[in-house]
Write a protein that binds this ligand. Structure first.
Ligand code: PXP
Length: 264
C-alpha cells in the first residue's frame, strides 16, 4: 500500500480569530504545531470573501511552512493573480459561493470548462501544479485530465454525511431532512454506493495518470473507509481536527487560567 499524506486544513483556526478580529489564536502557531505533530501538508483556502485566511496569512504560511502548502482557491481572476504571486506548492481549484457555510460539492468541470482550463493554464504558467476538487464520478475524472490538472481531490461530503446519519450520534452537516427520514437500510445502501463511487473514481483517476486526494467531512470515525482505497494518496482534513483540539486542550487552558486567577 502506498503511503498516505495528511494535509491539515488550518482555516478553522482563522475562523475563530476572525470572530473577534484579534490575533488570537495565532495562525502561525497552528502551522508550527501541525507541522511539528506530523502533518505532511498544510491546506488553506483563500476565499474571495476572506472570511478566515487573509492574504497576509497565506503569505506567512507559505514562507514559514516546513511542509508543502496546498492553497485552495476559486477560479476568480483576482484570486488567481494573487495565488500566482504567492507561489504555493500546489493550488486546488474549488467552487465558491458567498452564502455557503463551507465548500458544497465539487467543481462544475462541465459548466465552467473553459474558465477552469484557463485557470489551470495560468497556474501552470507560474509553475504551480493544479488539483481540481471534484465529485467522485468517472466523467469528472476524464474531464479533469483533459483540463490539464495533475491531481484531483475527491469530494467526500456525501459519504461523510451518510456515514454520520447512519451513526446518528456523530456530527454531520449539510444533510437534508428528507435523507434523515430514509429507512436505515436505504441510508446504508446509499453509504455503500458513495464509497463505491469514491473507489471507482480513484481507480479511474489513477489509471489515466492523475494523482488522487480526498477530503471534506472526514473525521476520526469515518477516515478508516478512505484508508482502504489505495489509489488515494492524500487526505485533507480540517474541521474534525480543530474541533478535537478544543477538547484535548480545553482542560489545560482552564487549569492555567485558574492558576493565574487564584489568590493564595
Ligand atoms: N478539501 C477541500 C477542497 C475543502 O474545501 C475542505 C474544506 O475547507 C477540506 C478539504 C476540509 O474539509 P473539513 O474541514 O470538512 O475537514
Amino acid at each position: 500500500m502506498s503511503k498516505m499524506k495528511l494535509g491539515v486544513n488550518i482555516d478553522h483556526v482563522a475562523v475563530l480569530r476572525e470572530a473577534r478580529r484579534v490575533n488570537d489564536p495565532e495562525i502561525l502557531q497552528a502551522l508550527f504545531v501541525a507541522c511539528g505533530s506530523g502533518a505532511d501538508q498544510i491546506t488553506i483556502h483563500l476565499r474571495e470573501d476572506r472570511r478566515h485566511i487573509q492574504d497576509v496569512d497565506a503569505k506567512n504560511i507559505i514562507q514559514n511552512s516546513s511542509v508543502p502548502v496546498n492553497l485552495e482557491c476559486s477560479i476568480n481572476t483576482n484570486i488567481l493573480n494573487i495565488v500566482c504571486k504567492l507561489r504555493p506548492h500546489r493550488a486546488t481549484l474549488v467552487p465558491e459561493k458567498r452564502e455557503e457555510v463551507t465548500t458544497e460539492g465539487g467543481l462544475d468541470v462541465f459548466g465552467y470548462e473553459e474558465e477552469i482550463r484557463y485557470s489551470v493554464e495560468q497556474l501552470h504558467d507560474s509553475i504551480i501544479p493544479v488539483s481540481l476538487f471534484v465529485d467522485p464520478t468517472l466523467l469528472a475524472m476524464e474531464k479533469s485530465r483533459e483540463l490539464g490538472a495533475e491531481m484531483v481531490e475527491l469530494h467526500t461530503g456525501t459519504f461523510a454525511n451518510l456515514f454520520a446519519m447512519l451513526h446518528s450520534s456523530l456530527p454531520y452537516s449539510n444533510h437534508s431532512v428528507k435523507e434523515l427520514e430514509l429507512p436505515r437500510y436505504e441510508l446504508s445502501e446509499r453509504l455503500e454506493k458513495s464509497i463505491e463511487d469514491i473507489k471507482n473514481a480513484a481507480k479511474h483517476a489513477k489509471k489515466i495518470g492523475l494523482e488522487v486526494a480526498a477530503g471534506h467531512g472526514l473525521n476520526y470515525h469515518n477516515v478508516h473507509e478512505m484508508m482502504k482505497i489505495e489509489e488515494i494518496i492524500e487526505l485533507n482534513i480540517g474541521q474534525s481536527i480543530i474541533a478535537r483540539s478544543v477538547f484535548s486542550g480545553l482542560a489545560d487552558a482552564v487549569k492555567e487560567m485558574k492558576r493565574l486567577t487564584t489568590r493564595s
